[in-house]
Ligand binder design. Structure first.
Ligand code: LLP
Length: 421
């Protein structure tokens, strides 16, 4: 058994002597799809979505799946079929959500640095709420709405200066981060625009970071947001929701961490002070455990000091998280060879010393042509892929109900060169 948080469904488990995804042979998938390939379990996504939905069942809530975690159409459609709404971080993500069938009103548009074209598109489509990142952005939204003879529904994202205690690159709620408006300025920003006919202040928004594994920062963020919302209600704003953003972490290392029920237990008492519906924007907690990156070993080598390298045909161009954040991902040979575990550096093919998935990882013997699965790669994996060194974007396959389909074919050089002359 591959164990992790016992409450979380683990789709990648051995069947016989080989790793499978929901019982479907990984070898059989990559025989057709080649490597590297992302393989996802639809069941894992369903179960993770339901766990969040059920955790909040005692409180009015709307789950807006954060497309940035994984926006492959088939995954987004699956979330839509479960009743999710969408959180889009760019014009591109809005259009993908719409293509996947989300009505524009079910989309919240978040994110720092929205371009004029993106705002014009979002307002013309009538997206549910635009989470504004600055006073200037609010005023640009108002001007665009006026020009379109529309009223834009907005919330302001506040930066509460709370340490999410996550990796510094994915913490967003500190005053040194570029995100949101300072909490203490938020009230005056709302008040100064109270009579702006082109804006409807639908809510307030916060998002303090990602891969958060302790409850206290999440609870404090909820408390700060609710306090602001209560003040705004006193000022006469007819708010309709409070938006807590995303951020709930997942157990990458096999040790249980906070789960959706813990999260709901921490924030619902704060939410009850105001009673307004809550918007949640989870990404990683929905899709993180569902995916593995399956790669082939293309070389092995041993240096005189004993250091052993397993070089894969996937690297930071497929999954950049270890190189960018030093993140840990479990690595499992698809068919384990006999023999004791020894320490391996598992690396990619890219000309960068940071192109390393793991150092000194204890693995059973690894040989050229073996397949390995890098687990918990469903979130911020394929979406962060690049063509560096002219590697082609990986294929993606979805396992559902005992069968699998290619949901994104492997990119070809012709696809890439079609943009060039
Ligand atoms: N809402 C907002 C406004 C966000 O900025 C994010 C993530 C989310 C929701 C979803 O957060 P989640 O539930 O997935 O934590 N590439 C990094 C993570 C970047 C997260 C960016 N914002 C990683 O691989 O860890």
């Amino acid at each position: 058994m591959i164990t992790c948080d016992s409450l979380v469904y683990q789709p990648f488990q051995p069947t016989g002597d080989a790793l499978a995804c929901d019982g479907v042979s990984i070898q059989s998938i990559v025989e057709h799809a080649g490597t590297p390939t992302y393989i996802y379990s639809a069941r894992a996504i369903r179960e993770a979505y339901r766990a969040i939905d059920e955790a909040f069942s005692a409180y009015p809530h709307a789950i807006h799946y954060a497309l940035k975690a994984n926006s492959t159409l088939a995954i987004v459609r699956l979330l839509r079929s479960l009743g999710s709404r969408a959180d889009a971080n760019s014009g591109g993500e809005i259009k993908v959500a719409e293509r996947a069938g989300f009505p524009s009103r079910d989309i919240v548009f978040t994110g720092v640095g929205k371009s004029r074209e993106e705002l014009e598109y979002a307002i013309a489509q009538g997206v549910g709420t635009i989470n504004a990142e600055s006073a200037g952005e609010l005023d640009r939204i108002a001007a665009i709405a006026r020009a379109q003879h529309r009223v834009a529904r907005v919330a302001v994202r506040v930066n509460p200066d709370i340490d999410a205690k996550s990796h510094p690159n994915i913490s967003t709620g500190l005053k040194t981060n570029k995100f949101g408006v300072p909490l203490q300025e938020a009230r005056s920003i709302y008040r100064a625009r109270r009579d702006t006919k082109d804006l409807q202040f639908a809510g307030v928004h916060i998002h303090i970071g990602s891969q958060i594994t302790t409850l206290e920062p999440l609870r404090r963020a909820a408390a700060a947001l609710v306090s602001l919302a209560l003040e705004l209600q006193d000022d006469g704003f007819a708010l309709e929701h409070v938006d807590l953003g995303g951020g709930l972490g997942i157990a990458y290392e096999g040790r249980p961490i906070i789960n959706p029920a813990d999260y709901a237990g921490a924030v619902i008492p704060e939410l009850r002070r105001i009673g307004l519906p809550v918007v949640l924007e989870p990404g990683r907690a929905v899709v993180g455990h569902s995916g593995a990156l399956v790669a082939r070993v293309v070389d092995t080598k041993c240096f005189p000091d004993g250091r052993k390298f397993a070089v894969l045909d996937a690297g930071m161009g497929e999954l950049i998280r270890p190189a960018l954040y030093g993140s840990f991902h479990r690595i499992v040979p698809v068919v384990a060879r006999r023999g004791g575990e020894t320490a391996w550096d598992v690396v990619g093919p890219i000309c960068e010393s940071s192109d390393v998935f793991a150092r000194d990882r204890m693995l059973t013997p690894v040989e050229v042509d073996d397949l390995v699965a890098i687990l918990d790669a469903g979130a911020y994996g394929s979406v962060m892929g690049s063509n560096y060194n002219r590697h082609m974007l990986a294929a993606e396959a979805l396992v559902d109900d005992g069968t699998w389909t290619i949901i994104r074919r492997r990119q070809t050089l012709e696809d890439v060169l079609a943009l060039e002359r």
